[in-house]
Design a protein around this ligand. Structure first.
Ligand SMILES: Cc1cc2nc3c(=O)[nH]c(=O)nc-3n(C[C@H](O)[C@H](O)[C@H](O)COP(=O)(O)O)c2cc1C
Length: 219
C-alpha cells in the first residue's frame, strides 16, 4: 500500500467499540484502585507496555508538548514516572507545576487520563527505583543529556563509553543529580470506555474541597 492509498483510506478507518462498558456501580471506591484495576487488566490481556502513558506538559507561554513515559508507581498521593530533570518535559514541569497523562489502552477500547499538579518525588523514592534499574539503563542516564541536540550517534556512544570507564570499578552506579521521579497529584482522573455508536462511558473522579466526587461526562 502506498502512502497515497492510506491517506485516502483514513476517513473510512473506524472500529465499533463493543468490548465492554463502565457503569458507576462497577467503579472502584478510589481513583487509584480503579486505575490499578485497569492496569492489571491491560497487563493480563497482554497489551504491550501497559504502564506507558502519554505525558502532556505546557511551557510557560502555553505551548503544549507530549511524549510517552512509563508509569512506575501509583498510590493515594499520585502517579509517578522517572526522567531527566534537565529534559524539556522537566523544564515545563518546573515552570508550570502541572501535567496530564493518558494511558492509551486501544486494544481494550479504553483510556484513562490523570491531570493535576506535579512535585518531585523524594530522593529516597528515586534511589529505591534507581537501584532496581539494569546497570545499562543507569549508565545511559548518566551519558544522555536528554532533550539536548547532539552532533551524532557517535557523540552519544563515546559519552556512554566515558561513563562506563568512570564507573568501571564501582559495583553500584550512583543516581545522577539530574535524574529522578515526578509525581502527578491528580485533581481529576477520567476513565473512558468505548461503546457502540460513539456513546462512550466517561466517568471522572474529581477532587472538590478535599473530597472526591464522581461525575459522568457526555462522550
Ligand atoms: C514506550 C516508551 C516509554 C518511555 N518511557 C520513558 C520514561 O519513563 N522516562 C523518560 O524520560 N522517557 C521515556 N521515553 C522517552 C520519551 O518519550 C521522550 O522521548 C524523552 O523523555 C524526552 O522527552 P522530552 O524531550 O519531551 O523531555 C519513553 C518512550 C517510549 C516510546
Amino acid at each position: 500500500m502506498s502512502e497515497t492509498d492510506i491517506a485516502l483510506e483514513l476517513p473510512a478507518m473506524r472500529v465499533s467499540y463493543e468490548q465492554s462498558a463502565l457503569d458507576e456501580s462497577q467503579l472502584a471506591a478510589t481513583w487509584q484502585a480503579q486505575l490499578q484495576h485497569w492496569l492489571d487488566e491491560a497487563r493480563n490481556a497482554g497489551l504491550p507496555e501497559p504502564n506507558a502513558m502519554v505525558l502532556a506538559t505546557s511551557d510557560p507561554s502555553g505551548r503544549p508538548s507530549s511524549r510517552t513515559v512509563l508509569c512506575k508507581g501509583i498510590d493515594e498521593r499520585g502517579v509517578v514516572f522517572f526522567t531527566n530533570y534537565t529534559s524539556s518535559k522537566s523544564h515545563d514541569l518546573l515552570a508550570t507545576r502541572y501535567a496530564c497523562a493518558t494511558f492509551p489502552w486501544f486494544a481494550m477500547q479504553r483510556q484513562a487520563h490523570v491531570r493535576g499538579t506535579v512535585e518531585k518525588v523524594s530522593p529516597a523514592e528515586t534511589a529505591a527505583y534507581w537501584a532496581s534499574r539494569p546497570r545499562g539503563s543507569q549508565l545511559g542516564a548518566w551519558a544522555s543529556p536528554q532533550s539536548r541536540a547532539v552532533t551524532s550517534r557517535g557523540t552519544l556512544e563515546s559519552a556512554l563509553a566515558n561513563v562506563e570507564r568512570q564507573f568501571a570499578d564501582s559495583e553500584r552506579v550512583p543516581v545522577p543529580p539530574h535524574w529522578g521521579g515526578w509525581r502527578i497529584r491528580p485533581q481529576t482522573v477520567e476513565f473512558w470506555q468505548g461503546r457502540q455508536d460513539r456513546m462512550h462511558d466517561r466517568l471522572v473522579f474529581e477532587l472538590a474541597a478535599d473530597d472526591w466526587r464522581i461525575r459522568r461526562l457526555a462522550p
